[in-house]
Write a protein of this length. Structure first.
Length: 434
């Protein structure tokens, strides 16, 4: 359904007024997710209301409870006063677009997973109602909802809308930072973190190594096999060839084991000659400890500097006694004040308990009075019903006699009241004459 031209002019004029009032801060309006608004046309068929407008905006979907799955839509409403804002109401619709029931704005905020156009307003499970109302009105303006009168725009509305835009900008910035953190976390590391490393030695170090040392740098797979198989005692194999007359033959496995023990196993500590004077312990400064720690693990933070224990300042004998007396006096004063405070607190608590008891008694009396009032009303109702029954049981002749007697009684009562009033006035005149 096409919108009329005059309505588009009214909406455009309202938006122009907003931009002129906000001024240089109009760029904040770009943070509102206008492109995420779901705003189809709507015609309420079953429950047609004269104040309804044929538009609605999706607020969200109920996430739990009996109404789980129902959608919450915001419907604009008309107002008779041209100086008032067009209102809005929250309604529940099923997935087929049929109207289910109404819902309050507080329940909608608490029970709904907000749509993308409104989720940035939700903080700690709630929303700022001032920001929400301003955003709803602005959304209806942008979508050119057909109001019966021009949209009123003032400084109060623009201030509320600008505050909501600042909240949207803050939400957008926070979402961007979270996205950057997620991308950083998902990026694979460029350096290997395991123990696999290139076993090839530098050329300078390989030239200085002996034959036995070079035999120790074997691939990782062979080294693992050596730890489980090679380092076991070998089974003696009888020699097949002639025995050599030179040096005794050493099996290659024994040579490898000797090289491993010589290079990998810790050497026993050398025996020190007995001496009468103890060996002085070398002093290690904090800077050297920090240097060693940095070489071993550079990620460990440096230790804090050592602080010598501070000694309390000495007090002279002449000033000690007055200062000590002053502390005793102050301690006594504070103790007395504490006792007075505790006594006053106990008195107030006793008074509170007494007042609470009186309140409970008064509440009980109120309940009794209410119960008695209910009984009296029931009795009065029963008496009235009995009187009506007796009145209906009279014959027409007796009923006329009853009416005649009542009329005479009312006249007599009226004349008696007039006589009493006349006697009182005569007494007043006599008093004035005296």
């Amino acid at each position: 359904m096409a919108e009329p031209d005059d309505t588009e002019c009214l909406s455009t004029k309202a938006l122009q007024q907003i931009h002129s009032l906000i001024g240089k801060d109009a760029s904040y309006l770009e943070h509102l997710p206008i492109d995420k608004i779901r705003e189809p046309e709507f015609e309420e068929k079953k429950h047609k209301r004269l104040t309804s407008l044929p538009r609605r905006i999706l607020f969200g979907q109920i996430k739990e409870g009996e109404k789980k799955g129902l959608e919450v839509w915001i419907l604009p409403t008309k107002t008779r006063d041209e100086n008032q804002w067009p209102g809005h109401r929250f309604n529940l619709f099923d997935r087929h677009g049929n109207l289910h029931s109404s819902i309050t704005i507080e329940e909608a905020i608490r029970l709904t997973n907000a749509a993308n156009a409104f989720k940035w307003l939700k903080k700690n499970g709630t929303m700022d109602l001032t920001h929400l109302r301003a955003v709803i009105r602005y959304y209806f303006m942008v979508k050119k909802v057909n109001p019966p009168s021009p949209w009123p725009v003032d400084m109060r509305f623009t201030a509320e809308l600008l505050a909501a835009c600042e909240a949207a900008a803050e939400f957008t910035t926070k979402e961007a930072l979270n996205g950057q953190k997620a991308n950083t976390t998902k990026t694979p590391a460029t350096m290997p973190t395991g123990l696999k490393a290139n076993m090839t030695l530098p050329s300078s170090k390989a030239q200085r190594m002996t034959e036995h040392e070079a035999s120790l740098f074997i691939p990782e797979r062979r080294r693992r096999a050596a730890t489980s198989e090679t380092f076991q005692a070998p089974t003696p194999v009888p020699p097949t060839g002639p025995a050599s007359t030179g040096q005794p033959m050493i099996e290659p496995i024994d040579e490898f084991r000797q090289a491993f023990q010589r290079k990998m196993l810790p050497q026993p500590a050398p025996m020190l000659p007995p001496t009468s004077t103890p060996t002085p312990t070398p002093s290690i400064s904090t800077s050297s400890i920090h240097t060693i720690t940095t070489l071993v693990n550079p990620d460990i933070p440096p230790p804090p500097p050592l602080q010598l224990p501070s000694t309390p300042p000495r007090t002279s004998t002449s000033s000690f006694i007055p200062a000590y007396r002053e502390t005793l006096t102050k301690h006594s004063q504070l103790t007395n004040r504490l006792r007075t405070n505790q006594s006053s607190l106990h008195t107030k608590e006793t008074q509170i308990h007494a007042l609470q008891g009186q309140i409970r008694d008064l509440e009980a009396q109120v309940q009794e009075i209410k119960a008695e009032e209910k009984e009296l009303k029931d009795e009065i109702k029963g008496v009235e019903m009995e009187r009506k029954r007796l009145h209906d049981s009279l014959t027409p002749e007796k009923r006329e006699i009853l009416f005649f007697g009542r009329e005479i009684w009312e006249r007599e009562g009226k004349r008696a009241r007039l006589e009493e009033d006349g006697g009182a006035e005569s007494n007043e005149d006599m008093n004035l004459g005296e």
